[in-house]
Design a protein around this ligand. Structure first.
Ligand code: SF4
Length: 364
């Protein structure tokens, strides 16, 4: 049984400029001990999606279901959510410097987290536990460093302290929101190793939100690619990397270093993500898609099974057999596009082909 089952989750915000449709009917599930990577450019809705699960989107209109361990988080009162936050579901944010309070010692902040959920724990017991946790996540001399302030820790150590705080109450689910973005490559690898080790030890489920497909390649079991508030493609990590279907997923893979087909040059995705207030009609990706066809301008594709196994799903009108970067799949895509493109779609495709590379976006 899934630990978290999200069904048709929608989150929107009323603003002076109009309604921001940040999340538009997303469904997914996470099993105990497994890692789901949620990938997309900035503004794709991945952070709002996960924050809405914990009631961290004030002013947001939320609908749908998010059943965690038998409890629907959508519409749950704030006291019940407070009991779940930290204890059952922990969050690791991107920037530990802004997540840790600069005026309190690191150890105090960890022990406070423990005591906030269990009043029977004394200050001394919580401090001992904080020392154990800091040692467990690889902070050297934890008995001394427990009394340091956040500015006395390096970036990697601060993120380790955040992870110590996240695991302090043995949560069933950890949401890691870009936890390695602010770190250099070596420290990033250490943090990912640490998360994997802790997950193996405790069987915790992990929701890894990232714009970095390299992180997903390291850590995820399954991947959901988000675009304009919706899931564009969902599959196992292997299918996403070797048998991807959606042109946006293909674009993401081509825009990261070392996977470019253009002899080491990054291939940007043309254009920029759309405004979530004024979304394009039809497929939201059509103004940037090299395979745009007539029906893409009017009809929004549903997330539907592709390939031979039902677990791989994509929201795209291209044939379900057009999988992966190989020449056969490309031929299928080309023939489908030739038969399905006329008038306006031809103009959009020509504009995409002529767009300067510098105006596109890479997410690496
Ligand atoms: Fe491209 Fe059309 Fe597929 Fe959208 S539905 S990704 S525009 S081919």
């Amino acid at each position: 049984m899934s630990l978290l089952e999200v069904t048709d989750l929608r989150v929107s915000f009323r603003t002076a400029d109009g309604v921001v449709q940040a999340v538009r009917g997303v469904s997914f599930s996470v099993e105990p001990g497994r890692t789901l990577g949620i990938v997309g450019e900035s503004g794709s809705g991945k952070t709002v999606l996960t924050q809405s699960l914990l009631g961290l989107t004030p002013g947001g209109q939320i609908s749908g279901k998010a059943v965690f361990d038998g409890v629907n988080l959508v519409g749950l009162d704030s006291r019940s959510l407070q009991n779940i936050r930290g204890k059952e579901i922990a969050v690791i944010f991107q920037d530990p410097l802004t997540s840790l309070h600069p005026l309190y010692k690191v150890g105090w902040q960890i022990s406070e987290m423990i005591r906030a959920h269990d009043k029977s724990v004394t200050r001394a017991q919580a401090t001992d536990r904080a020392i154990d946790l800091l040692g467990h996540v690889g902070i050297p001399r934890p008995r001394e460093r427990v009394n340091d302030y956040p500015h006395q820790f390096s970036g990697g150590m601060r993120q380790r302290a955040m992870i110590a705080m996240a695991i302090s109450l043995n949560p069933k689910l950890i949401i890691a929101d870009e936890p390695t973005t602010a770190l250099d490559a070596t420290v990033q690898a250490q943090i990912l190793d640490l998360l994997q080790r802790l997950q193996r030890e405790s069987g915790t489920a992990l929701l890894m939100i990232t714009h970095d497909l390299g992180v997903v390649a390291d850590i995820a079991d399954d991947v959901m690619v988000m675009y304009a508030g919706r899931a564009a493609e969902k599959a196992s990590k292997r299918d996403i990397f070797y048998r991807q279907h959606h042109p946006y997923t293909k674009g993401l893979l081509e825009s990261i270093p070392n996977s470019s087909a253009a002899g080491g040059r990054l291939v940007p995705i043309a254009g920029q993500p759309p405004s979530l207030i004024r979304l394009p009609k039809g497929c939201a990706f059509h103004p940037r898609c090299a395979y745009v066809m007539d029906r893409c301008l009017t009809d929004e594709p549903a997330l539907a099974p592709v390939g031979d196994a039902g677990e791989h799903r994509s929201a795209c009108w291209l044939p379900s057999s057009a999988l992966g970067p190989g020449p056969e799949a490309e031929d299928t895509r080309r023939r489908t596009v030739q038969a399905g493109r006329s008038g306006e779609a031809i103009k959009i495709a020509e504009a995409i082909a002529a767009a300067p590379e510098s105006e596109g976006s890479v997410i690496a």
